[in-house]
Design a protein around this ligand. Structure first.
Ligand code: ATP
Length: 358
């Protein structure tokens, strides 16, 4: 009997190709689309229609799961609370874990009796029989690699996931889509976070939830340089849009939501060599109990930098091995609370955690 798999279909070209490839390989494929956003979620409604067209084309069943509440609780609330507190939360890794993988697997198992799910993520999973762990590797196409956003996916889910595009380049994916004649073959690449695509900008999205309270933009000595309309409009390392005239470029160095201040300084003042992370999820490696060396990536598009990860006893929720101090070999530009620090050894993703306020 054909092996059954549920493919998470966003209506984009990547997940369409993932479904088409598995279908071609003889899998019994079911498409599943999560309805994520209320209100301005035009991209969701378009996505659902495009995903339905793919399912018709491949002649496979299509399930739509209303996940708007799950998305609101786990992503919208998370973003709004984080930005209001002066951090820059990372929604995609949280979404993958809390909205996509775990709930999709649960639905697949409980409602459809299917044990495996697939997505169009660019990353690779391998089982390591020595450690008994499911390991995550960067995608072959480094420009498209999405492993950074997958560091939170628990071992219990990874063992039930397939990433058919992990060995492909984006150009190959497009070519395969054209060869299959998929209706999504020519669909343009999504440029940004789905929330930004839906709302125009993060600022427009957040302004619906967070009151715009005017405050001061100050330098690191406390001198007032200008005015802002809400600390949630800023992120660490930001240079553009400060509205402050200065002889040399100024960057956001810190955000003090309590005092309602944005603190700016020159580039060197945004650099730090250490940070603490919490809520660590160990992926390819069993939880470290002594310091380890790794390449640590502090933003999706920031190149990894060599560092020592020193485990601390417990995290904010009291779990052992889930908090660590990261000591970089060189100072790093704009270490940003709320973003993820993800550790790699070459292509292998070891684990990751969330950066605490410095
Ligand atoms: N609403 C959704 N419902 C089900 N699965 C989804 C949904 N959104 C994304 N996914 C899955 O997660 C993968 C990565 O999503 P991401 O938002 O990064 O899209 P992407 O890289 O542009 O991929 P695609 O071209 O398939 O949209 C998708 O390929 C798809 O398998």
């Amino acid at each position: 009997m054909a092996k059954k798999v549920v493919v998470g279909l966003s209506g984009g070209v990547d997940s369409s190709v993932a479904a088409a490839l598995l279908h071609q390989q003889g899998y019994d494929v079911t498409g599943l689309t999560l309805w994520l956003m209320r209100g301005k979620g035009q991209c969701c409604s378009d996505g659902m229609v495009d995903a339905a067209k793919i399912c018709e084309q491949l002649n496979i069943p299509h399930e739509i799961v209303d996940s708007r509440d799950v998305f609101e609780q786990n992503i919208i609330n998370y973003l709004v609370t984080g930005y209001a507190a002066g951090s820059t939360p990372l929604p995609c890794s949280r979404c993958n874990k809390a909205v996509k993988f775990t709930p999709m697997l649960q639905y697949a198992k409980e409602q459809l009796g299917i044990e495996t799910i697939a997505t169009g993520h660019y990353a690779r999973i391998k089982f390591d029989s020595d450690t008994g762990r499911y390991q995550l590797y960067r995608a072959v196409d480094r420009a498209k690699d999405q492993s950074y956003f997958l560091y939170e996916v628990p071992q219990t889910d990874l063992g039930h996931c397939v990433f058919p595009l992990g060995e492909l380049t984006k150009a190959e994916t497009r070519q395969i889509a054209a060869e299959f004649g998929l209706t999504t073959a020519e669909k343009p690449e999504s440029q940004d976070l789905c929330l930004i695509e839906a709302h125009g900008s993060m600022r427009e999205f957040l302004d619906q939830y967070i009151y715009q309270r005017k405050g001061n933009i100050v330098d690191t000595q406390g001198n007032i340089l200008g005015e802002h309309e809400g600390t949630h409009h800023y992120t660490i390392g930001q240079r553009k849009g400060l509205g402050v005239a200065a002889a040399h470029p100024l960057y956001v160095v810190a955000i003090d939501a309590g005092k309602n201040e944005v603190i700016v300084g020159d580039r060197a003042e945004t650099e730090a060599q250490e940070c603490t992370i919490n809520q660590i999820n160990w992926v390819s490696l069993a939880p470290a109990t002594s310091p380890i060396r790794a390449e640590v990536q502090i933003r999706y598009r920031t190149p990894p930098a060599l560092a020592t990860i020193v485990p601390l006893d417990s995290d904010s929720q009291g779990d052992a091995n889930r908090r660590a101090r990261i000591v970089f070999d060189e100072p790093q530009f704009s270490i940003t609370p709320g973003q993820a620090a993800v550790f790699y050894s070459g292509e292998l993703l070891l684990g990751g955690g969330l950066i605490e306020p410095l």
